[in-house]
Ligand binder design. Structure first.
Ligand code: NAD
Length: 404
C-alpha cells in the first residue's frame, strides 16, 4: 500500500463502506472532489525579482455546509496531500457535527525562507487568486502547518476588498483583535486533551507518561493541557530533533527555549531523533507533526499502549494494522484533532452574529462537543467490535448519508 495520503484516504473510505450493514449511497460521491483549483502566485521578492509559487485549493464536499479547512504553507504541499486533507475535513466535520463540508489548500513554500514582507505579499496575492471561490457561505479557510493568524487576517482583508464589504467570516483562526475567537489557538491541543481523558476513562486507564512528536501550535497546547492535568511529559520533538527526560519536562520552559533557540535540541535530558521518539517506553504517544510519521518500518517499535493522533494522517495503513495487532489503541485524527475546527465554527458564528464570547465559554462548549463525539465513537466501536478509527469514519458516514 502506498503512502500517498489520498490513496490511503480512499482505502479508508472503502473499508468503512464495507463495514456497513446497509448500502451507503453517499459513499460514491465522497470518492471524488467537488472542485480542485491550482494557481500560480507571483510574488515580488525583496531582491526585485518576481518569483512564482504553486498554490492549491481543494473543495471536497459541501453536503453539510460550506467547505472548511486549512491552508498549509510548506515545501512538500502537493495536490494529493491537499485532496486527502480535504476529505479528512469532510469526515471530521461530519463526525463532530459542525455545519461545514471539507476543503484544504496550501502553497509549496518554506515560509521560514521568506521575509515578513514577501510572506505578506504571497499571502495577499494567493487570497486574491482564491477570492472568487472562497466566501463565508462557500469555502472558509483557516491556518494549518506553516500558516498563522496574521496570514488569516491578510486573507480576510483581501477578500473584504474583493467583495466590497467587511467579511471576517471568510476565514477562521484570525488574531482575536481582528475577529478571531478566544480559545482558537488552544483549541486543537486542548480538544485532543479532552478526547484523551474521555477515552482513558472508557479504557479504565490511568494518566501516564507522554511523548509528543511535533511542538508547534497543536503539540504545545496539548502539552500544556495534559501537564496541568497531571500527565508526565517525558519527550518532545520538532523538525530538528527532540529531547527525552524520564523525570519529566517543564513545558513552559521548553516552549521558551524553543522560542529563543528555534529548536528543542539541547534543552534538557537526552537528545533523541524524530524516529526514536516514536519508540520510547511511554504510555501515550502523540504524533503532532505531519503525515506518515508511523509507517511499516517503525510501527513495530512502538511501546505505547495508546496513540493519540493530533497530526492529520500520521499513521499509514500498514502501521495501523501493526499497531492493532500489538493491541495499541489508536485514537484517530478525525476525532482527536477536531477541536480546531470546532472553535473555528464558534469563530464563524461569532463573526456572523457580531458577538464576542469569553474564553471560558468557548472552551467549555468545546469540551462538551469533543466529549460527545468521543462517546459516539466509543459506542460505535463497542457496538460493532471495530477499531476507534473505523468507528469514527462510520459515525461520520452516517451523518453525511442523513443529509445527502
Ligand atoms: P505548526 O506548523 O505550528 O507545527 C508543526 C510542528 O511539527 C513544528 O514544531 C515542526 O517543527 C514539527 N515538525 C515538522 N516536521 C517534523 C518531523 N518530521 N518530526 C517532528 N516534528 C516535525 O503546525 P500545527 O498547526 O501544530 O499542526 C501540526 C499537525 O496538526 C498537522 O498535521 C496539522 O494538519 C494538524 N492539525 C492542526 C490543527 C490546527 O488547529 N493548527 C488542527 C487540526 C490538525
Amino acid at each position: 500500500m502506498t503512502n500517498n495520503p489520498w490513496q490511503r484516504a480512499l482505502a479508508q473510505l472503502q473499508k468503512t463502506l464495507a463495514l456497513q450493514d446497509a448500502h451507503i449511497a453517499v459513499g460514491k460521491r465522497l470518492e471524488e472532489h467537488d472542485a480542485v483549483f491550482e494557481v500560480n502566485v507571483p510574488v515580488l521578492m525583496d531582491s526585485g525579482e518576481t518569483k512564482t509559487f504553486r498554490g492549491y485549493r481543494v473543495q471536497h464536499n459541501n453536503l453539510r455546509g460550506p467547505y472548511k479547512g486549512g491552508l498549509r504553507f510548506h515545501p512538500q504541499v502537493d495536490l494529493d496531500e491537499a485532496k486527502a486533507l480535504a476529505f479528512w475535513m469532510t469526515m471530521k466535520n461530519a463526525l463532530v457535527g459542525v455545519p461545514f463540508g471539507g476543503g484544504k489548500g496550501g502553497i509549496e513554500v518554506n515560509p521560514k525562507e521568506l521575509s515578513p514582507g514577501e510572506l505578506e505579499r504571497l499571502t495577499r496575492n494567493f487570497a486574491r487568486e482564491l477570492a472568487h471561490v472562497i466566501g463565508p457561505d462557500t469555502d472558509v479557510p483557516a491556518p494549518d502547518v506553516g500558516s498563522t493568524a496574521q496570514m488569516m487576517h491578510w486573507i480576510a482583508d483581501e477578500y473584504s476588498k474583493h467583495v466590497g464589504e467587511h467579511s471576517p467570516a471568510v476565514v477562521t483562526g484570525k488574531p482575536v483583535e481582528h475577529g478571531g475567537s478566544e480559545g482558537r489557538t488552544e483549541a486543537t491541543g486542548y480538544g485532543g486533551g479532552y478526547v484523551l481523558e474521555a477515552m482513558l476513562s472508557k479504557l479504565n486507564k490511568e494518566k501516564g507518561t507522554v511523548a509528543i512528536q511535533g511542538f508547534g501550535n497543536v503539540g504545545v497546547y496539548f502539552a500544556h493541557y495534559v501537564a496541568a492535568r497531571g500527565f508526565k511529559i517525558v519527550a518532545l520533538s520538532d523538525s530538528k530533533g527532540g529531547v527525552y527526560a524520564t523525570e519529566g519536562i517543564d513545558v513552559a520552559a521548553a516552549e521558551m527555549y524553543k522560542k529563543e533557540k528555534g529548536t528543542l535540541a539541547g534543552f534538557a535530558g537526552k537528545d533523541i531523533t524524530n524516529d526514536d521518539i516514536l519508540a520510547l517506553p511511554v504510555d501515550i504517544l502523540v504524533p503532532a507533526a505531519l503525515e506518515n510519521a508511523l509507517t511499516k518500518d517503525n510501527a513495530a517499535r512502538v511501546q505505547a499502549s495508546i496513540v493519540l493522533e493530533l497530526a492529520n494522517g500520521p499513521t499509514t495503513i500498514e502501521a495501523d494494522d501493526i499497531l492493532s495487532a500489538k493491541g495499541v489503541r489508536v485514537i484517530p485524527d478525525i476525532l482527536a484533532n477536531a477541536g480546531g475546527v470546532v472553535v473555528s465554527y464558534f469563530e464563524w458564528e461569532q463573526n456572523r452574529a457580531n458577538e464576542k464570547w469569553e474564553k471560558d465559554a468557548v472552551l467549555s462548549k468545546l469540551k462538551t462537543m469533543m466529549e460527545t463525539a468521543a462517546e459516539k465513537v466509543w459506542q460505535e466501536a463497542e457496538g460493532k467490535k471495530i477499531s476507534l478509527r473505523d468507528a469514527a469514519y462510520s459515525v461520520a458516514l452516517h451523518s453525511l448519508e442523513s443529509v445527502k
